[in-house]
Design a protein around this ligand. Sequence first.
Ligand code: SF4
Ligand code: SF4
Length: 125
Amino acid sequence: MDNIIDKISDISGENIYACYQCGKCSAGCPSVEQMDILPNQVIRLIQIGRVELALKSNAIWVCASCFMCSVRCPRGIDLSKIMEALREIHLREDIDHIDIKDVRRENVYELPQIALVANFRKQTG
Ligand code: SF4
Ligand code: SF4
């Protein structure tokens, strides 16, 4: 398990263990209402070695990479990079998070193409 924690640290460049769970990241996160677990809980799961639960959470996909958490963190942790590292690890297993066949036809016509492209870049490997 240390291995995967090292991998998250390597990909993100962040010190997972610097977090002392103050919750300021979650308090300022604009996407938190759509998340099944809070951003500070994502980093806590990694600290205690339950990375598989962090990888299963929808929080890592809902994260909009807005950097609000990194601006607010008193420990200087960029949590958006940790979220990105978790998505990378998931996608490197060759497991896409969404399937183009699941996108409703009306959404394909209604959504801006740039939104669709950005979404597929983020959620498929
Ligand atoms: S703001 Fe920083 S120190 Fe506080 S819980 Fe979030 S990541 Fe941890
Ligand atoms: S980068 Fe992600 S986790 Fe951080 S505040 Fe923005 S949406 Fe929330």
